[in-house]
Write a protein that binds this ligand. Structure first.
Ligand code: DX5
Ligand code: ZN
Length: 239
């Protein structure tokens, strides 16, 4: 199986002083994914693809053919968030379809370290997602195998839900865990991020934010993405 390894496309992920905005296509016009993504121009750093299986979460979305089709129409890195039961059996297919980051949920894993190693073997960055009530410590012994931790700030399944306030402290705790470890791990926050709370999310310690309705749910998605991008970079610059 051939796996795309496009270093230029991934530079954005490695430049850790840059705050990254990752619009979630779940909230976009699903009949025109490429148009929705390309309409954002350079206001988007990575494209967040919410894969749902109707089992782990009560919603069903994008299979590998959809990811492959989108990958052919954008040069932005694809951040593929697998909200699926038994992700192991799908890793090869999504990596082959063009995912740059593959994120698996801690709650779905039986042998987490094995799964994360496999993701890196496939040439992707390895991400671990934690549901709002899953302890930060779940990631502790997996840090050497991780490129990103995704903290859910809503219960996964749908866009347009409200940010769960106690996750703000969880972001701070996770930031401490990462900094103390010394591993170059990115911290992404996903769910209910808006122009009203994005700066606080960055101040708490995130360096990547996902935004669905705050971008695609707006009348002018590109302008909304530009504004959110400015907000998170300014918040970081003031730290
Ligand atoms: C929720 C998804 C999120 C969601 C974000 O299960 O993982 O990525 O699409 O949408 P908003 O930003 O509207 O909460
Ligand atoms: Zn997501």
């Amino acid at each position: 199986m051939s796996v795309k390894l496009n270093e230029e496309r991934r530079d954005v992920f490695l430049n850790r002083s840059r705050m990254l905005l990752c619009p979630s296509i779940l909230s976009s016009d699903l009949a025109d994914l490429a148009g929705a993504v390309n309409g954002l121009g350079d206001a988007v750093d990575m494209v967040h693809c919410d894969v749902m299986d109707g089992h782990f979460v009560p919603n069903l979305t994008f299979g590998p053919p959809v990811i492959r089709a989108l990958a052919a129409h954008t040069d932005k890195p694809l951040d593929v968030h697998l909200m699926v039961t038994n992700p192991d059996r799908l890793l090869d297919a999504y990596a082959g379809a063009g995912a740059d980051i593959l994120v698996v949920h801690w709650e779905t894993l039986r042998h987490a370290q094995r799964t994360l190693s496999r993701i890196r073997e496939l040439g992707c960055y390895a991400g671990l997602a934690l549901n709002p009530a899953t302890p930060v410590e779940s990631a502790k012994w997996l840090l050497p195998d991780l490129d990103m931790i995704l903290l859910m700030s809503v219960n996964p399944g749908f866009s347009g839900q409200a940010f769960i306030p106690q996750v703000m402290d969880k972001i701070k705790e996770t930031r401490k865990l990462i900094d103390t470890s010394g591993y170059p791990i990115r911290l992404q926050v996903d769910g209910g991020v808006t122009s009203g709370n994005a700066a606080e999310v960055i101040r708490a310690g995130a360096d990547m934010v996902v935004a669905g309705s705050a971008v695609f749910g707006q009348k002018f998605p590109k302008e909304a993405a530009e504004e959110l991008g400015r907000t998170i970079r300014t918040a970081r610059a003031k730290l």
